[in-house]
Design a protein. Sequence first.
Length: 262
Amino acid sequence: MMILIATSGYAYKDWKGKFYPPDIKDKDMLSFYSRIFPFTEINSTYYKMPSPYMFYNMIKKTPDGFKFSVKAFGGITHEGDLSDSTVSKFRESIIPLIEHQRLACVLFQFPYSFHNNLKNREYLQKIREQMQDLPLAVEFRTRDWLQSDVIKLLSENEMAFVCVDEPPIRGLLPPIVIATAPIGYIRFHGRNKEKWYSHEQSYERYDYTYSEAELSEWVPKIRELSKRVDVVFIAMNNHFNAQAVMNAKQLLEMLTKNENED
């Protein structure tokens, strides 16, 4: 049973003085971060196809055992591009992580427009075939994916269902845990209901601090998930002003205390 808690990304300038030393250089952030947390999510790979060099450089900056959860290229998740050239470029880019046993998983975050229908279920099947034996995690944005046939599809293909905590807005996924692969995955997006759809800057959506009571709701759920998988990755995505760092540490303390009491 292993539970790893970290944040979604690490290269935030507004974390300087709140988590990082005020004068830290951007190139030194990952080294500092990896001394505190066991893994991180790499979000830049969604916006731009990564290169092997990028990951070789990240490996050199982090200790043995530190893992990377790599978000799938946006062309795959948002544009339906599973062409051989796109997939091969992406797979080749993460070879350093695979060779050094640093890959937590490839995280596929689909848009709201990606609904549960035959075409999209077949697309998930194609992703597994194209990505071969890589560890994969899938995050849906709409609750119509909460169907037994979908859970069966993910389980048969060992694709982890990404559990989420997000605002209680109609149509979004509820805070439940589901195990469909050897890894479990949970992402905390914050509960900023007012700014979820209505915001000028994207970071406003993730401007949220979880209360102790809100985090405590997840302790038994995380324990339940950890009994059904080999490892649970938990990523705090409420990154604005380093709130993710504070909540990640807080949740870890709560789980540790709960474990000791057991």
